[in-house]
Design a protein around this ligand. Structure first.
Ligand code: PA5
Length: 451
């Protein structure tokens, strides 16, 4: 049984009346043939590897070589940030949540994606280097946060393990370029590659997200299979783009955009998949927030966030669209006893899972009654193959939305400034202009209120 998207309430609110939506909706876009041609050209040129997956054979070979070498470790410590961390975390939480449960026995994955000295110290303090493999992930091989952690962990390993420390380090980075690749070459670390053109936020289904998944015993090949199920029609028949669900999502996102909807809720009613929310938020925001365009992704989890941000969704500013995610077969769990007090008698004998279903329906209907344009994605199940399909659907929708709103969804120029300024602050050479800008910024007289 396939997954589905329900569209009957997608073009609600201002979208129901806007004339500009007609062309977008009907698929009668003037630029459709151009888009299809563009897709075909980029696929053939190898510039969209997240869709075409030419790296799969090599990945399978590398996995076969690397997995036996890391199998004996109890802990994997991933150093990475942004697209080099969020996919692994989403997959971990969805399919290997045991680590958060009592009496966990199996392998554990720790993802260090911040520069909090206290947390980092606590982690290194608790981990035993002998039982740990460190996986340093950076496509560019030059991200300061990741490299800073790498330098510290390198010392930590070396101090504890002497000459053997190198065997505890795996690097996932560009196949030829960057500082980390040089480190691989000089230390002989185990390494895996991030293929050309596979940018961070589109790389979860490469070694970046799949080596941690495989370490945890997750069926990483099923994730790839599910992704390719969705990508195949786009890759094999780009001219049929207009029929693809990712393109329908992109058209809808464009309709939101041109009608002043500025926020896109990602309401996940598959609780064990909640961490796909932050993964999607980074994918969508870093890809589409450009030239004053894009909608702000707002991840939310059902039912938890019904008691948090939902009031704002329902009755705050009318600037939100919603992707609403459910599973057709949510687990039902145990049932309520027959001895429930009279006032709760209507729950007697019902499985716990009924709550999630009922509340998902209730919230969805309430959102629709508030005229929020809502697309309902229903997954046929919650296994890794289904997750791979969802990830690919959202990645393709992000790419196509970028093309429809005329921005490049594969770069992230705006975030570079903060990085350059931080480098200047830390004394890196070659940032004279940034140093001067920082001095001017800090020279402004402050207006301080204490509390
Ligand atoms: O999606 C992106 O491209 C970014 O979020 C990167 O993943 C992030 O900046 C880390 O980059 P790198 O993998 O080069 O260390």
């Amino acid at each position: 049984m396939s997954h589905s998207i329900e569209w009957s309430r997608a073009y609600a609110g201002r979208l129901a009346e806007a004339e500009n939506v007609v062309a977008v909706r009907s698929g009668g876009l003037m630029d459709l043939p151009i888009l299809a041609e563009w897709l075909e050209r980029q696929c053939s040129a190898g510039e969209l590897p997240f869709l075409t997956m030419p790296y799969r054979d090599r990945l399978e070979e590398d996995m076969a070589a690397v997995l036996p070498r890391i199998k004996g470790y109890k802990h994997m410590l991933v150093l990475g940030i942004g697209g080099s961390a969020l996919g692994a975390r989403a997959i971990q939480r969805a399919f290997a949540s045991g680590q958060d449960m009592p009496n966990h026995q199996g392998p554990s994955l720790w993802i260090a994606d911040n520069v909090c000295a206290e947390t980092f110290e606590a982690l290194l303090d608790k981990l035993n280097p002998t039982e740990s493999v460190v996986v340093c992930i950076s496509k560019s091989g030059g991200t300061i946060e990741t490299l800073a952690q790498y330098f510290l962990v390198r010392d930590w390993l070396r101090q504890a393990l002497g000459e053997n420390w190198r065997e505890h380090m795996v690097i996932i980075t560009d196949q030829c370029k960057g500082f980390l690749r040089e480190e691989v070459n000089s230390h002989g670390f185990i390494s895996m590659e991030v293929p050309d053109y596979l940018g961070g936020r589109y790389s979860a289904l490469s070694a970046v997200g799949l080596l941690p998944a495989a370490f945890l015993g997750i069926d990483w090949q099923a994730l790839l299979d599910g992704a390719y199920d969705v990508a195949r029609p786009l890759v094999e028949e780009p001219s049929a783009l207009w029929q693809h669900p990712s393109f329908a999502l992109a058209r809808w996102a464009k309709a939101l955009e041109i009608n002043d909807y500025s926020q896109l809720i990602f309401f996940c009613y598959i609780p064990q998949w909640a961490t796909f929310g932050p993964w999607f938020a980074q994918l969508w925001a870093e890809s589409l927030g450009k030239d004053g365009k894009g909608t702000m992704p707002v991840p939310a989890t059902g039912v938890t966030d019904q008691h948090s941000v939902n009031q704002m969704f329902l009755d705050g500013r009318r600037d939100k669209g919603c992707i609403f995610l459910t599973s057709r077969k949510p687990p039902q769990g145990r049932s309520f006893g027959q001895d429930l007090p009279e006032q709760w008698a209507w729950l007697r004998g019902k499985p716990f899972g009924n709550l999630l279903e009922a509340e998902a329906l209730g919230t969805r209907m309430a959102l629709c009654k508030s005229q929020i344009p809502l697309v309902h994605i229903e997954m046929s199940d919650t296994g890794p193959r289904a997750a791979g399909s969802l990830m690919m659907l959202l990645e393709a929708a992000t790419l196509l939305t970028g093309w429809l709103i005329s921005i490049n969804p594969l770069d992230q120029p705006a975030v570079e400034l903060g990085k350059r300024l931080a480098n200047a602050r830390l004394g890196a050479p070659g940032y004279a202009q940034e140093e001067a800008d920082l001095a001017a910024y800090l020279a402004v007289s402050q207006q301080i209120q204490e509390f």
